[in-house]
Design a protein around this ligand. Structure first.
Ligand code: MN
Length: 228
């Protein structure tokens, strides 16, 4: 008798609507340093070209979830971000056609083991274990372009235990959503199911067990995560 093949569950993110549905996640791309004030707080020049890293699809975590405090870190950081959900395949997508590829937008957190990231930077090693660990990509429900249009400006704010930690505006993005899609699609072909975390504004910092994170992007509702 042969051993049964293991079954892999498809990672999904909720889609807001009536009735609610699910978006199957293919890949998660993240943009590094996409707000000038955050680049500055991390010790970098704001004008460099965008760069990308990835998280595994099953790192997503829904709104209202408890995120277990991850192993191997003493410095878990929050990075609140606008998330773009891709709905149409393409490569070398021109800037003026890029928004046609967007299915919707969501509020997300790029959770980071900052101490492991600092060590990786120092030693010239990959960021994967600093960025792509289990439950590292909380993402609230996706709001479709049909329902909310495109998000080019509006407040982005994170509170931890009710206190504001990050506050900026989507219009402060160094590389717009369309420019980001243009650049990313010159490196890899984009497909429906891809998520792009577009980078975080200034104010990143540590969280500890018991903290309640409440992120909000104007027009997209909120994302609440408790650190377990
Ligand atoms: Mn980030």
């Amino acid at each position: 008798m042969s051993t049964p093949l293991p079954r892999v569950e498809q990672a999904t993110v909720a889609v807001a609507g009536d009735p609610p549905s699910k978006f199957s996640v293919r890949r998660i791309y993240c943009v590094g340093r996409n707000y000038a004030a955050h680049a500055a707080e991390m010790g970098h020049d704001a004008r460099e070209a965008p760069f990308f890293f990835m998280k595994p699809a099953d790192a997503v975590l829904p709104d209202g979830a408890v995120m277990p405090y991850p192993s191997a870190t003493k410095d878990l950081h929050h990075e609140l971000e606008l998330v773009v959900a891709i709905g149409k395949r393409g490569r070398n997508i021109p800037v003026d056609k890029a928004l046609d590829h967007v299915f919707g937008y969501a509020v997300g957190l790029d959770m980071t083991r900052r101490d492991l990231q600092a060590e990786a930077k120092n030693k010239g090693r990959p960021w994967d274990m600093a960025k792509g660990f289990d439950c590292s990509a909380p993402c609230a429900a996706i709001h479709t372009v049909d329902a909310v249009g495109h998000i080019a400006s509006g407040e982005i704010e994170l509170k931890v235990n009710g206190k504001v930690r990050q506050h900026s505006d989507i219009n402060m993005l160094i590389w717009s959503v369309a420019e980001t899609i243009n650049q990313l699609s010159s490196l890899v072909e984009l497909f429906p199911g891809d998520l792009i975390y577009t980078g975080t504004p200034e104010g990143v910092g540590p969280v500890v067990t018991g903290d309640v994170l409440e992120g909000r992007v104007e027009g997209l509702g909120s994302l609440t995560i408790t650190i377990g």
